[in-house]
Write a protein that binds this ligand. Structure first.
Ligand SMILES: Nc1ncnc2c1ncn2[C@@H]1O[C@H](COP(=O)(O)OP(=O)(O)OP(=O)(O)O)[C@@H](O)[C@H]1O
Length: 269
């Protein structure tokens, strides 16, 4: 029997499967004593930008790592672009990408060399042309031939975004993409992400602690707390439910255990 025939067959894709960029059902991750992700279910529609909010340790990074197939779930099911993960990782990886400012590139390689390495991994056609296109789009020209380790935080973020877009992904998973950036650069990165999604019909799942960023970018917000989903809706609907004017206030309500619509001074429910 070949490896191909030994695989468990996937169930046929339904219309919902075809439409969703990500589908997660009853996902659990237990690390020894910690239930990092505790039975969560959600889906991300194609073309949508969905924010994943939650305090430190809420389970956002673990969720993203499981969606990428980097961390094995303890239980539950994940489908990405219609394929089961991690079983069908090989069918999916070329069509998705990831960015986090906490993941460094090899620092001695120049920006161009790094982009070449990642482009080759994804088998990008006309790689020099794609690198030139990204360098123009993301304004990398001044430092394309400088070692990646010698760049400022803002420059590194632009390079990380170029790396994340090199294969023109249909789905981008972003872990705090604008952390440690000045407001102007962060705003510039957000605009670029919005334009990319609009032009390519791509989807984004974005973990962030920046509520203004989420309010501006996301058409949908999933709020996590201690591994569970507390709320999942459009930002305006969530703010209305909590009777708050900003997502920041909603975040504080959730973090401090205040019920929806309670006053700031009220005791936790
Ligand atoms: N490799 C690991 N081994 C053991 N525990 C882990 C591991 N990775 C994460 N955890 C734990 O799982 C929980 C969820 O962590 P996770 O990094 O997913 O949260 P997060 O929402 O991304 O937090 P932050 O906003 O601080 O980045 C935390 O309690 C964390 O300590």
């Amino acid at each position: 029997m070949t490896a191909e025939t030994a695989r468990t067959p996937e169930p046929p894709a339904t219309a919902a499967h075809a439409a969703a960029a990500i589908e997660v059902a009853h996902l659990v991750k237990v690390y020894k004593a910690t239930r990092a992700v505790d039975d969560i279910s959600f889906s991300v529609a194609r073309g949508s930008i969905t924010g994943l909010l939650g305090g430190n340790g809420a389970g956002k990074t673990t969720t993203i790592a499981m969606i990428m197939g980097l961390v094995l779930p303890t239980a539950g099911r994940i489908r990405v672009l219609g394929h089961d993960m991690p079983e069908r990782r090989a069918d999916v990886l070329g069509r998705i990408n990831f960015e986090s400012p906490y993941v460094d590139m090899p620092s001695r390689l120049t920006v161009r060399q790094n982009l070449r390495v990642f482009g080759k991994l994804y088998d990008v056609p006309d790689l020099p042309g794609r690198i030139a296109e990204l360098a123009a789009d993301l304004d990398l020209g001044d430092f394309l031939d400088r070692p990646s380790g010698k760049l400022s935080a803002g420059q590194k973020t632009r390079v990380a975004l170029a790396k994340a877009l090199i294969n023109r992904p249909e789905l981008l998973l972003l872990d705090e993409p604008t952390a440690s950036l000045d407001p102007d650069t962060a705003d510039w990165i957000r605009s670029h992400l919005e334009t990319y999604c609009r032009q390519h019909g791509a989807s984004i799942l974005l973990a962030s602690h920046n509520m203004l960023e989420v309010e501006r970018l996301c058409d949908r917000v999933i709020i996590m707390k201690r591994g569970r989903i507390e709320d999942d809706d459009a930002p305006a609907a969530i703010m209305a439910r909590y009777n708050r004017a900003t997502l920041e206030e909603v975040f504080l309500d959730v973090a401090r255990g205040r019920a929806r619509g309670e006053e700031q001074g009220d005791q936790p429910a």
